[in-house]
Ligand binder design. Structure first.
Ligand SMILES: [Zn+2]
Length: 139
């Protein structure tokens, strides 16, 4: 009887047939069936575990990719901000000529950003042009 059961455990159809032939009351068969059932459950659990591990790895790599993309975006944004600030500073530097007020004089002297020439302008003048190179300034 033991050999038949052992052989049947390798074949699902034989096992099913054996179970039908012997009925659910055979204790040895019931034990073997339980054993087989547990073995299959363990296999199933192992498969499930492997699946969960794979899933976790996938999510992990997706999270890492997202972290790297976010870091890259932060760097780009910081670079864009720095460029903007640099641009604003450069604009400020070119739109304001250096005023060189000399004590005791009623005129204001401006230094041209373009050619470096210093020239006097009336203190209330709103728009002036450099006499040397013609660069225009608004005050
Ligand atoms: Zn000039």
């Amino acid at each position: 009887m033991g050999d038949i059961i052992d052989g049947a455990l390798e074949d699902e159809k034989k096992l099913e047939l054996l179970r039908k032939l012997l009925g659910p009351s055979d204790p040895e068969l019931q034990l073997k069936l339980e054993e087989l059932r547990h073995k299959r459950m363990i296999d199933l659990y192992n498969l499930k575990l492997r699946y969960l591990e794979l899933k976790r790895d996938m999510m992990e790599s997706r999270r890492k990719r997202k972290m790297m993309a976010d870091a890259f975006k932060r760097v780009l944004r910081a670079a864009a901000r720095a460029l903007e600030e640099e641009g604003a500073r450069a604009e400020e530097a070119t739109s304001k000529p250096v005023e060189a007020k000399r004590p005791g004089q009623s005129v204001v002297h401006l230094k041209c950003e373009g050619c470096g020439a210093e020239f006097p302008v009336a203190p209330d003048a709103k728009a002036v042009a450099c006499p040397k190179c013609g660069a225009k300034y608004e005050r």
